[in-house]
Design a protein around this ligand. Structure first.
Ligand code: NAD
Length: 503
């Protein structure tokens, strides 16, 4: 399955440094597959340390000119980027389908949500406004300004190859920084496509660079003395390691990790709406979303009708090649990941769970497909509950009370997204008050914040204290400076060795 290559001959996917494609010289590369066929479609260069140095140097060289570019000109450029991305969003979506496997409509949704972050950044003159206090002391004014950090880095996961990089490069560049992106090696082409689009929009060479590769590239970026900040999104073990290494080296770091998102369904919820939401949020993008619903917590006697309603919907989910407009769910990203996810279904009965729907049956003969699976009677000590499965396997955990449901969420090491389904406003209000997670949905299964709020989880879903995009991104990608100024009348000047006080 993996030894054949899609025609035309497997494409080489190089780096982007200083405004042009640069073929890697390390002699190392990784395969990129079309998950719907299982065939290799490309080979992505893996950077050596020298190539990382070249990308950081290009960004460093571009920084003085870019940070001096007026807010008006930067905003004008962002409007052009927005227009180009909007006009070509279908082109981008097709690249995502071919390398990630998600269906075209979902890929288009990914580009659109990323585009919202770019649109937010079009308002950069307002976002970067400081504060001014006139007459803070007699004849003294005080004002604050926000300045860019310099060279900043984004390291991104496979599951949103366009949107997650946009969460980072758009605010970073809007704030006046120069950027080096290290995308996932599993689906890297969208990043090169964006690099070319940014150049076409008029972004100066070196402001945006892409380094392809694996751990060698990540380590070189984390250790580089000219890198000021790291934004990372990926799995929890890598996020933790990246955060520790980056901060030990004195860099600013935000590292978003994995998730295990619970959807609580109270007995008064509309069962049909809750089942629709569970199926949509559990199996959309084949469960490869950090905000996917992974555990449905059924409270009281809603459990059986809810399991029945989810089961009834599963056979209607159309699984197939993401470029087929009738497909609703595509394959998983690699054969290895597909097999890892399938193992949770295989092992579920031995752990004591009930396999209500087995997604290993009836999959297409080629590609990395797994159909939706439903496990019932999942309890908190089972691996199917504890692990982030990151595939189309939905587990149902039955509990007696609302309190038990909240305790489950609050005891989870993750705290990314969570949702409650109920018709009781008081219960929903209590839930948002006490639940320990960064993003909460009330009758909304995937509560990804809009671009003018910020995105981020709690606990092991985020290392660092700044969320991505929105206002917190402006904080993250800038540092504050406060200026205290006086224009004294020379006639009133005198020597005063006391500590400065306001008068
Ligand atoms: P991953 O952690 O394997 O990889 C993420 C990035 O880190 C990639 O660029 C990869 O090349 C690099 N990397 C991998 N192993 C490394 C290592 N040992 N040392 C240094 N760098 C390494 O994650 P993934 O499989 O690409 O993406 C899926 C994960 O990302 C899931 O856990 C998902 O929940 C998480 N995710 C989280 C969010 C969020 O907002 N919290 C969003 C999207 C994805």
């Amino acid at each position: 399955m993996t030894d054949t290559v899609d025609a035309p001959a497997a494409t080489r996917i190089p780096h982007w440094i200083g405004g042009r494609r640069v073929e890697g010289g390390s002699g190392r590369s990784g395969p990129v597959f079309n998950p719907a066929t299982g065939r290799q479609a490309g080979a992505v260069d893996f950077a050596a340390v020298e190539e990382v140095d070249a990308a950081v140097q290009a960004a460093k060289d571009a920084f003085p000119g870019w940070r001096a570019t007026s807010l008006a000109k930067r905003a004008e450029l962002f409007f052009r980027i927005r227009e180009l991305l909007h006009a070509r969003r279908e082109e981008a979506a097709e690249i995502l389908v071919r390398e990630h496997g998600k269906v075209f409509s979902d890929a288009l949704g990914e580009v659109t949500r990323g585009l919202e972050v770019v649109e937010h950044c079009c308002g950069l003159p307002t976002l970067l406004k400081g504060e001014h206090s006139e007459q803070a002391s007699t004849g003294v004014d005080v004002y604050s300004i926000r300045q860019p950090l310099g060279v900043v880095v984004g390291i991104t996961p496979f599951n949103f190859p366009a949107m997650v990089p946009m969460w980072m490069w758009a605010p970073a560049i809007a704030c006046g920084n120069c950027f080096v992106l290290k995308p996932s090696e599993k689906d890297p082409s969208a990043s090169l496509w964006v690099a070319e689009l940014l150049r076409e929009a008029g972004l100066p060479d070196g402001v945006f660079n892409v380094i392809m590769g694996d751990r060698v590239a990540v380590d070189a970026l984390l250790e580089h003395p000219d890198v000021a900040a790291i934004s990372f999104v990926g799995s929890t073990p890598v996020a933790r390691a990246v955060y520790e290494k980056a901060t030990a080296g004195g860099k600013r770091c935000q590292a978003l990790g994995g998730a295990k998102n619970h959807m609580i369904v109270l007995p008064d919820a509309d069962v049909s709406a809750a089942a629709d939401a569970a199926v949509s949020a559990g199996y959309g993008s084949a469960g490869e979303r950090c905000m996917a619903v992974s555990v449905v917590v059924a409270v009281g006697d809603v459990a059986q009708p809810l399991v029945d309603a989810i089961k009834e919907r599963i056979p209607k989910v159309r699984v197939g090649d993401g470029m087929d407009p009738s497909s609703e769910m595509g394959p998983l990203v690699t054969q290895e990941h597909r097999d890892r996810v399938a193992a949770y279904v295989e092992n579920a009965p031995a752990e004591g769970a009930t396999v209500v729907v087995d997604g290993r049956a009836g999959v297409p003969s080629e590609g990395f497909f797994l159909n939706p699976s439903l496990l019932d009677d999942v309890t908190p000590e089972m691996k199917a509950y504890v692990d982030e499965i990151f595939g189309p396997v939905l587990g149902v955990t039955r509990v007696a009370t609302y309190e038990e449901a909240v305790r489950l969420v609050n005891e989870s090491p993750y705290g990314n997204g969570v949702a409650i389904f109920t018709r009781d406003g008081g219960a929903a209000r209590q839930f948002q008050f006490e639940v320990q997670a960064g993003m909460v949905g009330v009758n909304v299964p995937i509560p990804v914040p809009v671009a003018y709020y910020s995105f981020g989880g709690w606990k092991s879903s985020l290392f660092g204290d700044r969320h991505v995009y929105g206002p917190e991104a402006i904080d993250f990608y800038t540092r504050g400076k406060v200026v205290t100024s006086r224009w004294p009348d020379p006639a009133t000047s005198r020597v005063d060795l006391g500590f400065p006080q306001t008068r």
